[in-house]
Design a binder for this molecule. Structure first.
Ligand code: THU
Length: 130
């Protein structure tokens, strides 16, 4: 799967977003080490804090289907700025994939490539508990 194909897949998920409150759709596509891809979108809730982000939707779908190794995540929004993952998503991803590559997109289709470790330096992970 090319980077562009992963980003494209994330964009297709924008229409699945359930965003009656923020009207800010987010799409994600998570590439597993075995080549499988799990997609996700944000799903909001009338109790706002119960909302789940697109990245975490993709992650919990993947883990619940038996995957725990990930190589890249595309996350995209419709806005003018790049759709940087929120803190909770960075932390959840770090648990399984501190070396994850991130492809972060915006509404005009452009994306930036970075690393989870750039966005969450000195992260707290499983080995921190040793
Ligand atoms: N959102 C995500 O899906 N991922 C992020 O990393 C940032 C925020 C969603 C949550 C909410 O539905 C909307 O964007 C506005 O915060």
């Amino acid at each position: 799967m090319t980077e562009q194909a992963l980003v494209d897949l994330a964009f297709t998920m924008l229409e699945r977003s359930y965003v009656p409150y923020s009207h800010f759709p987010v799409g994600a596509a998570l590439l597993c080490a075995d080549g499988t891809v799990f997609t996700g979108c944000n799903v909001e809730n009338a109790a706002y804090g119960s909302t789940i982000c697109a990245e975490r939707t993709a992650l919990v779908k993947a883990v619940s289907e038996g995957r725990r190794e990930f190589t890249a995540l595309a996350v995209v929004g419709n806005g003018g700025d790049y759709c940087w993952p929120c803190g909770a998503c960075r932390q959840m991803l770090y648990e399984f994939a501190p070396e994850l590559t991130l492809l972060v997109g915006r509404g005009d289709g452009k994306y930036r490539k970075t690393a989870l470790k750039e966005l969450l330096p000195h992260g707290f992970g499983p080995s921190s508990l040793n």
